[in-house]
Write a protein that binds this ligand. Structure first.
Ligand code: BES
Ligand code: MN
Ligand code: ZN
Length: 497
């Protein structure tokens, strides 16, 4: 992926892709329209092409002084022209170009935000379009190779192109790390049990220079992580804890960003077993853990200025003769005791020990990411992650970074009254709080393990997997939260966030 400035006529590619927003008309692309002999203008005039979001229109460039012969206009709609939309337009264009086996494609950066931000979003979007989830198919032809891309800087000036070059490299890394997380989430439960997940996820990070460690069941036991051990007990596959440490030379001692991800490689529900319908989907119950591992990789590749710790507790939630039962009481590493009401509320259990360990290792600011509750899908659907935490300033910062990264999140409250729903008669806490406010009571449970640190929790149960294909996102794993977590390591924050 390279970056070019200069006039569009000088771009050498097989397909030139240009976004056009509703209401712009051909005035915005007058030279290009002229080069097509007015074809684009006619398509707009007859309303054959209306620049609706993701609408495509193709034309031949007849003007022989242009180096590219074909152009694809992609509609941008009229609502907004920021990085979020531009990232999606680039993804949709990338998918369309790949489908048509285009070998060399150029995408023109157009939109309203800083040029470098737009160029980065374009590079992210084009890279996201390269994900392929069909690796286990043996009788389908493998997909055509993705096009080789030129990102065409919005401004003709050379300086803008050079500046965009760095933005493009950044966007490329963030897109690739998102795709690596998608690959991990896409793996079936039999291929990726906790030990294999830990092997692959730590390898991805250590290749980039992150210090990694995998704690086995003996070490987990020695740390007293009774919640993680309890969840893992029903499975023949032992639990693990991945530890990632990014310590750039010369970084200040604080802040230390602590990232914690849920790594349930398959969630049957355990003894409180789930219905068969859609259970296969529970192979992606480690999407939060994959996001943390791949964000650690991105953080190192991008040379973030601050120290970062990543913790991914991973286990398989299975029924069995050794499995925990409803009513069992487990003791967490923090010392708090938990009455297990429903073994299917396992994510909050392993995260409780994970959050404690991140604090133990010196994190000063916490963010956890988890496919935690079906209830968040009821509340916010498949388009928005739930965000929870304290103080508000920290939650708002994480939310803002997430929105800029294209990982939309919206806050839900953690009022003290909700705590009543998870009080147990015989232990400190229960692991479920009934049907009401299911995502909030899950977050209230996590809060008990975050100590006094600024802490934000992203519930990605609805956003980690797309059930329906969109023009900019195929069915399957989305890679949500990788870019958010990576970008957070470039923020400047104080003790309150
Ligand atoms: N992994 C699930 C949450 C989930 C549900 C993710 C749907 C993606 C799609 C989680 O472990 C779970 O089972 N949560 C239960 C909690 C309940 C027992 C309190 C749920 O949401 O039903
Ligand atoms: Mn569960
Ligand atoms: Zn789960």
């Amino acid at each position: 992926m390279t970056c070019a400035g200069g006039p569009w006529s000088a771009i050498d590619a097989d397909l030139l892709i240009v976004p056009l927003f509703q209401g712009e008309g051909t005035a915005a692309i007058a030279d290009l329209d002229a080069a097509t002999g007015g074809d684009l203008g006619r398509a707009l005039a007859t309303k054959e092409f209306q620049a609706k979001p993701y609408e495509l229109s193709f034309a031949t460039i007849a003007d022989k002084t242009w180096r590219t012969r074909r152009v694809m206009i992609i509609g941008g709609g009229s609502a907004e022209r920021g990085t979020d939309l531009v990232r999606k337009l680039a993804s949709a264009a990338g998918l369309a170009a790949r489908q048509r086996s285009v070998a060399r494609a150029a995408f023109v950066v157009r939109g309203s935000a800083a040029a470098a931000d737009l160029a980065q979003a374009v590079a992210e979007g084009l890279t996201l379009a390269e994900f392929y989830g069909g690796t286990y198919k043996t009788d389908d032809p493998p997909p055509a190779a993705s096009p080789v891309w030129t990102v065409v800087a919005s401004d003709a000036a050379d300086g803008a192109a050079v500046q965009a070059q760095l933005a493009v490299a950044r966007g490329r890394i963030l897109g690739e790390c998102s795709n690596l997380a998608r690959e991990l989430s896409n793996e079936p439960g039999n291929v990726l049990p906790p030990r294999e997940f830990a092997r692959r996820a730590t390898a991805l990070a250590s290749e980039a220079g992150v210090k990694t460690e995998i704690l086995d069941e003996t070490q987990i036991e020695a740390l007293g992580m009774g919640l993680l051990l309890g969840v893992g007990r029903g499975s023949a596959e032992p639990p693990r804890v991945m530890v990632f440490r990014y310590d750039p030379p010369g970084a200040p001692a604080t802040p230390v960003l602590g990232l914690v991800g849920k790594g349930i490689t398959f969630d049957t529900g355990g003894i409180s077993i789930k219905p068969a319908e859609k259970m296969e989907q529970m192979k992606d119950d480690m999407a939060g853990g994959a996001a943390v591992a791949c964000a650690m990789r991105a953080i190192a590749l991008l040379k973030a200025p601050m120290r970062v710790i990543g913790i991914v507790p991973t286990a398989e939630n299975m029924p069995g003769g050794k499995a925990i039962r409803p009513g069992d009481v487990l003791t967490s590493a923090s010392g708090k005791t938990v009455e297990v009401i429903n073994t299917d509320a396992e994510g909050r259990l392993i995260l409780g020990d994970g959050l404690w360990y991140a604090r133990q290792l010196g994190a000063t600011h916490l963010v956890d990411v988890a496919t935690l509750t079906g209830a968040v899908v009821v509340a916010l659907g498949k388009v928005t992650s739930g965000i929870f935490g304290a103080p508000d300033s920290w939650v708002e910062r994480v939310r803002a970074v997430a929105n800029r990264a294209g990982d939309r999140a919206w806050p839900l409250p953690l009022f003290d009254e909700y705590k009543d729903q998870i009080r147990s008669d015989i232990a400190d806490l229960m692991n479920t709080g009934g049907r009401a406010a299911g995502s909030i009571t899950a977050a209230m449970f996590l809060k008990e393990f975050a100590g006094d640190l600024p802490w934000a929790h992203l519930d990605i149960a609805g956003t980690a997997w797309a059930d329906e294909a969109k023009p900019f996102l195929p069915k399957g794993p989305s890679g949500v939260a990788v870019r958010t977590l990576a970008n957070l390591a470039f923020e400047r924050f104080d003790a309150q966030g």
